[in-house]
Design a protein around this ligand. Structure first.
Ligand SMILES: Nc1ncnc2c1ncn2[C@@H]1O[C@H](COP(=O)(O)OP(=O)(O)OP(=O)(O)O)[C@@H](O)[C@H]1O
Ligand SMILES: [Mg+2]
Length: 315
């Protein structure tokens, strides 16, 4: 199936006092109707990628096509095909919620009657009817985010770009936002979002590209990415002896069910299967090396990132 968003060899170098290679030649393809996530840590290049796709930033080289339309050659045409929710709230503070959506419709060429009808329909769809006359400053972060999404899809774009849609939202608003985004799929809207929350990418996205230092490391379904780790659990050992001893690494590798062992700044990380009796065995082997603490987590997209980069997403 042809990609509705096609990114090829995309490179962005910000020239300034400091030369920053924000995107180092990324390629990706988003399929029609898909919910696609760009997952990466701070400074990975997510906003730069979205900004180029949405015609706000020019690439240094490479190309982006939305439904076959080149965003650099035909920005105005491309913008008709896309909705944009940027990383920061861009609602017009001087206008009501109703007006924010209504003016967007008029800007995109709706007649007054159509704009009114579409605005009312969106307010209803996003459970905002009661807030129609409120101003953006009177809304919680979660509600403001819903208004931004409603406004972004008002002109019926094929693709919606969301940059960090849940940054700063409380857990409840985040789940409401996820539901709103899932609802868009039923309307046939393709969604591309960026996030640095691995649970968000995992829960919400059909496919995920992991981006770091301007490069795409992997792109696949969350299930396949997690499966690629080849282990179900990750044990993080905190050792008082910070120079994690090679002898302990060697011993842990021999424990039944252990798939991989690697030193970290404060101890050792063990990748393992769901083997019986593994936890006490790890504790027994590590105790003589000054085991201070131990945490166990299920394999997640975070694990995938750690495996690929040796770093934590949050570090
Ligand atoms: N206008 C700019 N001028 C110079 N450097 C920039 C500019 N915008 C971004 N950068 C740099 O480019 C790199 C990528 O930034 P970008 O904002 O795309 O990352 P991000 O993944 O969106 O990060 P965050 O999670 O912080 O939003 C960073 O090193 C950033 O400092
Ligand atoms: Mg960003």
């Amino acid at each position: 199936m042809a990609s509705i968003v096609q990114v090829e060899g995309l490179r962005k170098v910000y020239e300034g006092k400091q030369r920053v290679v924000a995107l180092d030649g990324i390629a990706l393809g988003v399929r029609e109707g898909e919910l696609y996530g760009l997952l990466g840590p701070n400074g990975a290049g997510k906003t730069t990628a979205i900004s180029i796709c949405t015609t706000r930033v020019l690439p240094t080289s490479g190309a982006v096509r939305i439904a076959g339309i080149d965003v650099v050659e035909s920005p105005a045409l491309a913008r008709r095909l896309m909705g944009i929710v940027p990383q920061y709230n861009t609602l017009d503070r001087a206008c009501t919620i109703y007006e924010n959506i209504h003016f967007h419709c008029l800007y995109f060429g709706f007649s007054r009657t159509d704009a009114k009808q579409r605005t009312n329909q969106l307010l209803e769809q996003f459970h905002l009817t009661e807030r129609a006359d409120s101003y953006p400053s009177q809304l919680s972060g979660g509600l403001a985010q819903r208004v931004q999404i409603a406004r972004a899809i008002a002109h019926r774009p094929k693709v919606l770009f969301l940059d960090e849609p849940s940054a700063g939202l409380d857990p409840q608003s985040r789940i409401a936002m996820w539901d709103a985004v899932r609802g868009l799929r039923e309307e046939g809207i393709t969604v591309v979002l960026t996030t640095h929350y691995m649970e968000e990418a995992d829960e919400l996205c059909d496919r995920v590209a992991i981006i770091d230092h301007g490069k795409i490391l992997v792109e696949d379904t969350p299930a396949t990415l997690k499966g690629s780790v080849g282990a179900q659990k990750v044990y993080c050992l905190d050792l008082s002896d910070r120079d994690s001893p090679a002898a302990l690494v060697g011993q842990l590798k021999l424990v039944h069910g252990v798939r991989g062992v690697e030193p970290t700044s404060g101890g050792i990380r063990v990748f393992a299967d769901n083997a019986d009796g593994l936890l006490p065995e790890i504790v027994r082997v590590s105790n003589p090396y000054g085991l201070r603490d131990l945490t166990m987590t299920e394999t997640s997209l975070e694990t995938v990132f750690i495996r690929l980069t040796g770093r934590d997403l949050r570090e």
